[in-house]
Design a protein around this ligand. Structure first.
Ligand SMILES: C[S@@+](CC[C@H](N)C(=O)[O-])C[C@H]1O[C@@H](n2cnc3c(N)ncnc32)[C@H](O)[C@@H]1O
Ligand SMILES: [Zn+2]
Length: 364
């Protein structure tokens, strides 16, 4: 953690600023605090810095036992919160495993990133940007490559995969934390983006509200979530991509097929979320193989050309405890309720994937 990043952090519980004690730092491109502690003088909560990353998750002691063996006094200070484990433990472990195994950045990442955020390539440079739920950081890398000052936040441990880049750059900051209790100061970011994340929290709506508070007036927020068909009327009014315009003629049939698929997928998930994660991961291998067979491949949850990605995407679909689905109307409503003007809506094709870009009103 770079010293400068302290200005962005606040106590996730009472929003007070934090005091820093450094145990160990190292010189890379600039000084990085490798081990330390952040203390809230108001509510007296403490948060450790471990392996160069501030950790705002109450179960840090079970993820990093070595650190706490070395600094037993810190364990007394941070305490444990059983509720966190109950609500977020599974999500953290499953995504942690998934993103630690994921092969790496792919050439297509930038194209997907620009499409899904709906913010043009030349609008990132010099902006303070939050990647909310960065996973292993494939999109944080793109935002960094485009010249942004990036803060990458995730609940899980896979953000360590950004550490090598963070050491070589003054423009990348990592933080392990929870979208439902964000440790970042309000109105600090020019752009907040979150791709495929808020529907994996217990409340997507609350997560969007929390993220909205971090955006500066006139700043931008862009969120992409899993879609649901919703009513036929809503489905029909989704803007279609140019290459999908042909679907217009048979839109009712598409709505019907997608509704049936959604029902089957939800029923299947009610079993698979209870399967131990290593076993489920193993079961995703045959699915990844089927994902290459023409037509039958659509019975699986990924038809990506790379089998390692298909493996990950099948697991990503079947394992998370929370996976809510939303319409574009719902998402737009959340933006407006939180003081944003909807600026762009993502066009989609067969399966709805709502994505909204909003601009924060000055008085918001
Ligand atoms: C499907 S992945 C998407 C990761 C990344 N945005 C990407 O597209 O590569 C969902 C991510 O959300 C994170 N996540 C889930 N619940 C979260 C929460 N409450 N707070 C922060 N991150 C969370 C998971 O750890 C996981 O990395
Ligand atoms: Zn506090």
């Amino acid at each position: 953690m770079k010293l400068q990043f302290l200005n962005f952090l606040q106590c996730p519980d009472c929003r007070n600023s934090l005091e820093l004690s450094i145990f160990r730092e190292e010189d890379f491109l600039c000084k990085e605090i490798i081990e330390g502690i952040l203390r809230c003088q108001n509510c007296k909560k403490s948060f450790p810095i471990i392996e160069g990353i501030p950790r705002f998750v109450p179960n840090a002691s079970s993820i990093f036992p070595e650190f706490f063996k070395k600094h037993p006094q810190v364990l007394k200070e941070i305490g444990e919160e059983k509720d966190f484990e109950k609500v977020h433990g599974e999500t953290q472990r499953k995504f942690g495993m998934e993103w630690l195994k994921y092969p790496g950045s792919l050439p297509e990442d930038q194209k997907i990133f620009l499409e899904e955020t709906q913010i043009p390539e030349d609008e990132w440079k010099g902006k303070w940007v939050l990647d909310a739920g960065c996973g292993m950081g494939r999109y944080a890398r793109v935002a960094h490559h485009l010249g942004a000052e990036v803060v990458a936040l995730d609940l899980g441990p896979a953000l360590i995969r950004l550490w090598d880049l963070a050491k070589q750059s003054k423009r990348l900051h990592l933080v392990q934390g929870n979208l439902l209790q964000i440790p970042l100061k309000f109105k600090s970011f020019d752009i907040v983006y979150s791709l495929g994340v808020v529907h994996h929290t217990p409340s997507a709506e609350q997560s969007v509200k929390n993220l909205g508070e971090l955006v500066k007036p006139q700043g931008q927020m862009t969120i992409w979530v899993y879609g649901t068909n919703g009513t036929y009327k809503n489905f029909k009014t989704n803007p279609l991509r140019h290459d999908r315009q042909g679907l217009n003629k048979m839109i009712f049939l598409v709505w019907l097929i997608v509704s049936v698929r959604e029902f089957i997928s939800n029923s299947l998930r009610s079993f698979t979320i209870h399967i131990p994660q290593n076993l489920l991961y193993a079961l995703c291998y045959p699915l990844a193989l089927i994902g290459k067979i023409p037509l039958i491949q659509y019975l699986t949850f990924s038809v990506h050309p790379l089998w390692r990605v298909r493996l990950q995407e099948n697991f990503d679909w079947l394992s998370p405890p929370y996976q809510s689905h939303h319409t574009k109307e719902e998402l737009c409503q959340w933006f407006e309720k939180n003081g944003f003007k909807v600026f762009k809506i993502l066009p989609h094709g067969f399966v709805p994937k709502p994505g909204v870009l909003g601009i924060k009103e000055t008085h918001g």
